[in-house]
Design a protein around this ligand. Structure first.
Ligand SMILES: Nc1ncnc2c1ncn2[C@@H]1O[C@H](COP(=O)(O)OP(=O)(O)O)[C@@H](O)[C@H]1O
Ligand SMILES: Nc1ccn([C@@H]2O[C@H](COP(=O)(O)O)[C@@H](O)[C@H]2O)c(=O)n1
Length: 202
C-alpha cells in the first residue's frame, strides 16, 4: 500500500487537490481518509461549549485512532471511518466502511504535526495558498457549506486559526517531499502527482 499525506492550511485546496488526483485513477485502487473524521469525540460538552473549542490545535485530533486505522488498512483490514459534523461540531454516530486500497490518501491541516503519523506516509505533499486567498475561500465555503456566518469565521480566524496555522501547520511544510502552489488551480502539479502514483501502481 502506498500512503500519501496531503497537508496545508485551511482553504488551501487539499480536498480539491485530492479529488483532482483521484478523478482519473481507477476507483477501486484509491481510498481517502480525512483528518476531519478524527476530531476528538466531544459528546461530553454541550453545543455552546463545543463552539469554543480550538479545532486548529493538534490536541483536537484523535491521532491514536487515526494511527490504529492506518495500521489496520496497511494490514489489509477495513476500518469504520467516523463521520464528522461541522454543524454540530462533533462526530456523528455514523461511520463509513473504508476498505484498504493500493493507494490511500490522508488529508488534513494537522496530519504532519504528529511524528508517528508522519512516518506512515510514503509521500508527503503540502498544498500552499496565501493566507488572504485561504481566508476568502474559507469564508465562502463555511458560510455556504458548514452553517457559519461572517462573524463566526472571522472570530475563529483571529483567535485560533491564524495563530495555530503559524505555530503548527506552516512549519510542517519542511517535511514535504512536494509543495503544490495552489493560489490558482494547478493542473501541472496534479498531473505530476498522478504520474508518480501511476508509476507506483504499475
Ligand atoms: N485553486 C483554487 N482556486 C480557487 N478556489 C479554490 C482552489 N482550490 C480550492 N478552491 C475552493 O476553495 C474552497 C476550499 O477548498 P478545499 O479544497 O475545501 O480546501 P481545504 O480542504 O484545504 O480546506 C472550496 O470552495 C474550493 O472550491
Ligand atoms: N467543528 C469544527 C471543526 C473544525 N473546524 C475547522 O476546520 C478546519 C479544517 O478543515 P479544512 O477542511 O478547512 O482543512 C480547521 O481550520 C478548523 O478551524 C471548524 O470550523 N469547526
Amino acid at each position: 500500500m502506498l500512503v500519501i499525506g496531503i497537508a496545508g492550511g485551511t482553504g488551501c485546496g487539499k480536498t480539491t487537490v485530492v479529488n483532482q488526483i483521484i478523478n482519473e485513477l481507477p476507483y477501486e485502487e484509491v481510498g481517502v481518509i480525512s483528518q476531519d473524521s478524527y476530531y476528538c469525540d466531544l459528546s461530553h460538552l454541550n453545543y455552546d461549549e463545543r463552539t469554543q473549542v480550538n479545532f486548529d490545535h493538534p490536541r483536537a485530533i484523535d491521532f491514536d485512532l487515526l494511527g490504529s486505522h492506518l495500521q489496520d488498512l496497511k494490514k489489509g483490514i477495513p476500518i469504520h471511518q467516523p463521520v464528522y459534523s461541522f454543524v454540530k461540531h462533533n462526530r456523528t454516530n455514523d461511520t463509513i466502511l473504508t476498505h484498504p486500497r493500493k493507494v490511500m490518501i490522508v488529508e488534513g491541516i494537522l496530519i504532519m504535526t504528529n511524528p508517528q503519523i508522519r512516518e506512515m506516509f510514503d509521500i508527503k505533499i503540502f498544498v500552499h495558498a496565501d493566507s488572504d486567498e485561504r481566508l476568502i475561500r474559507r469564508l465562502k465555503r463555511d458560510i455556504t457549506e458548514r452553517g457559519r456566518d461572517l462573524d463566526e469565521v472571522l472570530t475563529r480566524y483571529q483567535n485560533t486559526l491564524k495563530p495555530m496555522h503559524n505555530q503548527f501547520i506552516e512549519p510542517t511544510k519542511e517535511y514535504a517531499d512536494i509543495i503544490i502552489p495552489n493560489n490558482k488551480y494547478n493542473t501541472v502539479a496534479i498531473d505530476i502527482v498522478r504520474t508518480i502514483i501511476n508509476e507506483k501502481l504499475s
